[in-house]
Design a protein around this ligand. Structure first.
Ligand SMILES: O=C(O)CC1=CCC(=O)O1
Length: 255
């Protein structure tokens, strides 16, 4: 694991291949991309990183905004001397991707934003969640995570994958998680995304209760060079519908 400005990252795949950066969701780590690694490293240099406050990232947590999360990606690209990379982010990572499309489009080849929205949740909802984990730690948020992240059917059929993800969430630093809740509380790109000029794929989960198919449509209707695909999955569609997710990403990158 290497660090750039306190952001932990790792690379895999051929060094001279085009790079793709993978950006995790709230309460997960770069390990969430394991189901994508084999497929993507056939053709890409895959750069995974732990979002600020998560996993092995040690970056400061005083005032974290969406701007901070976006600039963290640029710091990783700079550390690797990568001028331009594809970017695939899920949920909070997808919001980070939209920020990059708006503010640093010249650094992004193609953009994939999955299970995300231009504005996720509400200020009050995120403020309450941040206060909860700051006061009481991760237990309550982790207890409800399976139902936010996966369909009941997936939870029943894949208990080990689900437990791995919820254990990881339970182990997430409460202050890191809360700092990212703060960022989500104020992140609102509903108007700004109309300026995104990067070719964009918007992936939705048909059963996602957090960021809906309508949220995906909202993005696609405003980003001029965009297409959408809806997968039979809940929120963490890269895990629940890994094969279809990989196929959609690879087809888009091959266009
Ligand atoms: O609430 C959750 O755990 C789902 C989620 C919202 C933003 C994000 O990245 O994950």
């Amino acid at each position: 694991m290497q660090h750039a400005n306190g952001i932990a990252y790792t690379t895999a795949g051929p060094q001279d291949a085009p790079a793709i950066v993978l950006s995790n969701s709230l309460g997960t780590t770069l390990d969430m991309w394991s189901p994508q690694l084999e497929a993507l490293t056939q053709r890409f240099r895959v750069v995974r990183y732990d979002a600020r406050g998560h996993g092995a990232s040690t970056a400061a947590l005083d005032t974290v905004t969406l701007d901070t999360l976006g600039r963290d990606v640029l710091a990783v690209l700079d550390a690797l001397n990568i001028e331009r990379a594809h970017f695939c982010g899920i949920s909070m990572g997808g919001l980070t991707g939209q920020w990059l499309g708006v503010h640093a489009g010249e650094r992004i080849g193609k953009l994939i934003v999955a299970n995300t929205a231009a504005r996720i949740g509400s200020f009050d909802g995120w403020a309450q969640r941040a206060a909860l984990v700051r006061a009481e730690g991760m237990a309550e948020v982790a207890a409800g995570a399976a139902g936010r992240w996966f369909t009941a059917d997936f939870v029943e059929r894949h208990p080990r994958s689900v437990a791995q993800m919820t254990d990881e969430l339970r182990a997430t630093s409460a202050s890191g998680y809360a700092a990212c809740c703060d960022a989500l509380a104020t992140a609102d790109l509903r108007e700004a995304i109309a300026t995104i000029a990067v070719p964009t794929l918007v992936i939705a989960g048909e059963h996602d209760p957090v960021t809906t198919v309508d949220d995906a449509r909202y993005i696609a209707e405003r980003v001029r060079d965009s297409r959408t695909v809806a997968l039979s999955a809940s929120h963490l569609s890269n895990i629940e519908a890994a094969e279809a997710f990989n196929a959609a990403v690879l087809a888009f990158l091959a266009e």
